[in-house]
Write a protein that binds this ligand. Structure first.
Ligand code: G3I
Length: 355
């Protein structure tokens, strides 16, 4: 076995043994790695490794910008393309931040996932409190979708058209403004309107807690199957994968779910992966980090095991810039050091053989 020559390497040498990968095997120790995640994914043509991007972090933190450029070949604006960011009043669209992010992506040869066109959250008051009737709200939604998609035509490769439309317990569609005023058909309409605006963009349904074979995942499967039966232009499904260390997901369960989705001829994307370090209280920190790495690794392995899975995106790569900093869910620490989860993704991609 190769000796561990530094404290950092010692962490990873110990870690690789825990996961049954011989420490002398194929992956070089982190501090000597010249290769980055975005270089490793080139082994699988058409596959992208992405991160959600916090606009303020990008423009204010050079380390954040450098890691993003080096490690990822796809980005998702974390908030900059949401309705609340872009369309604050009926006749005003502000694309400044989103445009800057798209320009950054173009300059750095990164693909862009657009997020998100229709969601029950982040809708400005002028929409929520406007007391619009069905025809009016349909016109507003159509205008929003088509203005945004047209604006980014040819620059955004794929869109999360409809986000989180299913009840958290899987019991049907979420009760929200869109279902209350337009009805369940808002979903099909949204995909049709987006397709009209950019027929070349890939259109995704995106949701959380749908990576396993549980009730919400079944509801998602049936929703997508019915949309496809009705010839609605849905191209893919985004499995967000906001996970917790206390709930491990096996590769086989996630693979089974992905298989039934790809059997519908849908593309699959892991769109918002992060793994919260939570319970149990008292568990030592290195065990938590190992569990976190394992969750990330299992998801990537399941994704790489299915040819329909075309990208793997983390929802923020650093614990310094995440929607839940208290849970340290990212693959880099708050001080921008790679965590075991980073090394796990690296190992899996390093050892990946396309066949
Ligand atoms: O930018 C303002 C800032 O000016 C203000 O001072 C501050 C005060 O609260 O708020 C800032 O905006 C916040 C924004 O994040 C940027 O940090 C919003 O309040 C906050 O609601 C917003 O949260 C985002 C959340 O979606 C709601 O849009 C998170 O960053 C973002 O990570 C989260 O992402 C969602 C995905 O879109 C869908 N899936 C779940 C995922 C996690 O919740």
């Amino acid at each position: 076995m190769r000796p561990c020559i530094s404290a950092l390497a010692a962490v990873f040498c110990g870690w690789t043994l825990v996961f049954g990968i011989p420490a002398h095997a194929v992956t070089p120790p982190l501090q000597t790695q010249n290769t980055t995640l975005r270089q490793l994914v080139l082994k699988r043509p058409g596959f992208y490794i992405g991160s959600a991007v916090d606009y303020q972090a990008l423009v204010s933190n050079p380390s954040y910008k450098a890691i993003l450029q080096q490690q990822f070949n796809q980005l998702t604006p974390e908030n900059a393309m949401k309705w609340g960011a872009i369309h604050q009043s009926p006749d005003t669209y502000n694309f400044t931040q989103a445009d800057n992010l798209v320009e950054f992506a173009i300059q750095n040869k990164m693909r862009v996932r657009g997020h998100t066109l229709v969601w029950y959250k982040n809708i400005p008051d002028w929409v929520v409190k406007g007391n619009y009737n069905r025809d009016q709200l349909m016109a507003i939604l159509k205008n929003h979708i088509q203005t945004v998609v047209s604006h980014f035509k040819g620059k955004v490769a794929e869109w999360d058209v409809v986000n989180e439309a299913i009840e958290p317990n899987g019991n049907g569609l979420r009760d929200c403004l869109w279902t209350q005023v337009i009805g369940p058909e808002y979903i099909a309409l949204a995909f049709q309107w987006a397709h009209e605006a950019d027929p070349d963009a890939l259109l995704f349904y995106n949701d959380y807690n749908t990576e396993d074979l549980g009730p919400k995942s079944v509801t998602q499967y049936n929703l997508l199957k019915n949309l496809l039966l009705a010839h609605i232009p849905v191209n893919g499904v985004g499995l967000q994968m906001h996970q917790k260390t206390k709930i491990p997901y096996s590769i086989s369960i996630m693979s089974g779910n992905m298989r039934r989705l790809s059997d519908l001829n849908l593309r699959i994307a892991v769109t918002e992966m992060d793994v919260s370090i939570t319970e149990p209280v008292g568990e030592d920190y290195s065990t938590k980090l190992q569990k976190q790495a394992s969750n990330y690794g299992n998801a990537l392995s399941a994704c790489l095991g299915n040819k329909a899975c075309t990208s793997f995106t983390v929802w923020g790569f650093s614990d310094a810039y995440t929607w839940q900093p208290e849970n340290q869910p990212a693959i880099y620490s708050a001080s921008m050091q790679p965590k075991p989860a980073y090394q796990k993704l690296y190992d899996i991609l390093y050892n990946y053989i396309d066949n």
